[in-house]
Design a binder for this molecule. Structure first.
Ligand code: MN
Length: 261
């Protein structure tokens, strides 16, 4: 067993040499970045916007900078427990006070891309997770459970896949979420869709089971991830710290995975 000093030195040397790859799981933040769109009477967030302050001109001859505007849940973003009413009373449940070690953990990548391709309303069930555990071992403590659907490869209207009854995108079976949240000691879940719940989850029982049960269990969500197809089922480490917004319900963030090359 190496000492912590040796372990960190090996990690740093691995990144420098390329034996450990750093994979970006983040989508670009720009006005076209997809954001969730709730039906009336619910309020919606603003799309991402940049407002130029100066660009090497009379407003600031030597420097370029912008104001940014967006909702907390824009692009690749973090959902804190306080985001949902079921998580509002947990201690340390907002972006500024979650213990920072809980932003970093081993990644378990469950690949259901084929199933989501065949059925856009595909829901992850407990048997699918158990099947994964038979092959790859039990989901460890402090893990990020990432669901690979390849949904991030869809563009424009295909990403939302909306019909008259709302979006049709994959997510979690309501019965599967208590298993992940209570019978496995995870940090949270990560998905490639615009939110952690399925497109049709407004009509599930409970509605929005991933938000309701995960945040009710003081767990986190990562939405709008990409490049999950570059991760092994196990063996990667995910680093996902949100901005330290005081009393924030979430924030856009850069999500990085350290992956054995
Ligand atoms: Mn969110």
């Amino acid at each position: 067993m190496s000492t912590p000093v040796e372990t960190l030195a090996q990690l740093a040397a691995g990144i420098v040499s390329g034996r450990i790859r750093v994979v970006d799981l983040t989508v670009p933040l720009e006005p076209a970045t997809p954001i969730i769109n709730l039906p009336p009477p619910f309020a919606n967030s603003k799309p991402f916007a940049l407002q130029e302050i100066s660009r090497y001109d009379e407003r600031g001859p030597g420097w370029y900078w912008n104001n940014i505007e967006c909702g907390e849940h824009t692009g690749t973003h973090f959902d804190a427990p306080v985001h949902w009413v079921t998580g509002k009373d947990h201690p340390n449940n907002a972006t500024h006070n979650i213990p920072v070690d809980r932003f970093v953990g081993p990644a378990c990548v469950i690949d259901v891309a084929d199933r989501a391709k065949a059925d856009p309303d595909f829901l992850l069930t407990q048997p699918v997770i158990e099947e994964w555990e038979k092959k790859h071992g039990r989901i460890p403590s402090h893990a990020w459970v990432l669901i690979r659907t390849d949904w991030s490869q869809r563009k424009g209207a295909q990403y939302f896949n909306a019909r008259e009854d709302g979006p049709h995108t994959p997510g979690f079976d309501p019965k599967c979420v208590p298993f992940l949240a209570k019978e496995r000691d995870i940090l949270g879940v990560g998905v490639e869709t615009v939110g952690t719940d399925a497109g049709q989850a407004y009509r599930f029982d409970p509605a929005f089971p991933c938000h309701t049960i995960m945040h009710g269990s003081n767990k986190f969500g990562l939405a709008s991830l990409t490049n999950l197809n570059q991760l092994p089922p196990t063996g990667a480490v995910v680093v996902a710290p949100p901005l330290k917004i005081v009393n924030g319900s979430g924030s856009p963030l850069r999500v990085l995975a350290l992956v054995p090359a």
